[in-house]
Design a protein around this ligand. Structure first.
Ligand code: PMP
Length: 408
């Protein structure tokens, strides 16, 4: 794959006198010019509120807003654009499923099944729902290499299970979960499968129909769109049955003094003025990714990981979490170095111009499960090159030397 760095002005800067290598993509991705310009053009030429006006700008803004809904439906192979709901991001999408579907389908004694690798966004909403309803929250075990334990999947999902909620790809362990297989198990027991697609959607072709899931959530900002825009996809027969959560303008059909009827999905969920510029940016980001090709992006990231993993594994004292085989991994590598605190490691890497994240990655139960307080995490995207991988390896070696000798 050719280099895309020219499309990302932010990446062409020096940090601490070193050329920046941005490896914090699991937190958020950088934005190509095409996305920034689409937002700028929207504000310069088309800005108006959607749905409500008959004037030309309102019609243009509405068309842009609704066209992106169709684009998103194609992007994840949803059967209908009316199943695409705009949200703030994965967190809001998952909270809405818990609040709307959960509140109307879960009762005391029911079970909600998640796993130990979940991000807090796919854990706390279910914990809250369980507390409110008296349902039981159960956890699927992991194998020693961080992959989901399928025996535990079969054991934990029972006829009492109403909701199974799982990450499609982990933000810590670099694994992709076999959702299609798990969806079948969930459905055999009459449960729905909610997928957290925050870490998969930016990096691979998503086909919600092939995955067989019932709900799928993702964030725009991790796939080069702006922050504050995300998607909840759900099967229409489920969405039609779900109550709206936010009441006000836009989502109503008819308001009388004592009663109101609501629009159908997706609009009944989109109360108030939406993040229209964010939607436009999301459309431009999807165009950008599709022009390169999701399969090409995945192949490129695999090639970088295949090269960097063995080199990292040779560094004495470096522990990598998740599968050790490069071909079982996504572009997320969480690690610890000797017994250094990951914040110190990340700070030292920053001195070398290499941006990585350190902390619990919004997955405290997983940290406890791994028996570590925190990790450092390098995460790659399509603009990262083999040289970036090399810079990470060299920077970690320099960090090791620094803490041994006291100089970088
Ligand atoms: N799930 C996973 C696996 C994630 O990595 C993230 C983002 N770190 C989220 C959910 C939450 O996404 P957002 O903050 O964009 O709502």
């Amino acid at each position: 794959m050719s280099s895309y760095i020219e499309d990302f002005p932010i990446l062409k800067q020096k940090v601490n006198d070193e050329q920046l290598v941005y490896l914090d993509n699991a937190a958020t991705a950088q934005k190509p010019r095409a996305v920034v310009e689409a937002i700028m053009n929207y504000y310069y030429h088309d800005n108006a509120n959607v749905h409500r006006g008959v004037h030309t700008l309102a019609e243009r803004a509405t068309k842009a807003f609704e066209d992106v809904r169709t684009k998103v439906a194609h992007f994840i192979n949803a059967p209908s654009k009316d199943e695409i709901i705009y949200t703030k991001g994965t967190t809001e999408s998952l909270n809405w499923v818990a609040a709307s579907y959960g509140q109307t389908h879960v009762e005391a004694g029911d079970e909600i099944v998640i796993s130990y690798m979940e991000h807090h966004s796919n854990l706390v909403p279910w914990q809250q729902l369980a507390q409110r309803t008296g349902a039981k929250l159960k956890y699927i075990d992991l194998q020693s290499d961080g992959q989901l334990d399928m025996d535990s999947v079969r054991h934990q999902i029972t006829d009492k299970t109403v909701i199974v909620a799982l990450a499609h790809a982990s933000n810590v362990l670099g694994v992709v979960n076999p959702l299609a297989e798990i969806a079948k198990i969930a459905h055999q027991h009459g449960a729905v499968l909610v997928a957290d697609g925050a870490q998969s959607t930016p990096h691979m072709k998503i086909d919600v129909q092939k995955l067989g899931v019932d709900f799928f959530a993702f964030s725009g900002h991790k796939l080069m769109a702006p922050t504050g825009i995300g998607i909840l996809w759900g099967k229409s027969e489920l969405l039609d049955d779900m109550p709206p959560l936010e009441f006000g303008g836009e989502m109503i059909d008819w308001v009388q003094l004592q009663e109101t009827t609501f629009k159908k999905a997706p609009w009944k969920f989109e109360g108030g003025t939406q993040n229209i510029a964010g939607v436009v940016g999301l459309g431009a980001a999807i165009d950008y990714l599709e022009q390169i090709g999701m399969d090409n992006i995945q192949k490129h990231e695999h090639a970088v990981i295949q090269k960097v993993m063995p080199e990292l594994q040779q560094i004495e004292g470096l522990t990598i979490y998740g599968p050790q085989e490069a071909n079982k991994r996504t572009g997320v590598i969480s690690f610890n170095l000797d017994n250094l605190h990951p914040h110190d490691v990340a700070t030292a890497l920053d001195m070398e111009g290499v941006a990585v994240r350190a902390g619990h990655h919004c997955a405290q139960p997983l940290m406890e499960y791994l028996n570590v307080p925190a990790t450092a995490r390098a995460s790659f995207y399509l603009y990262n090159t083999l040289e970036d991988g090399q810079r990470l390896v060299e920077a970690i070696k320099a960090t090791k030397e620094f803490f041994k000798n006291g100089t970088v």
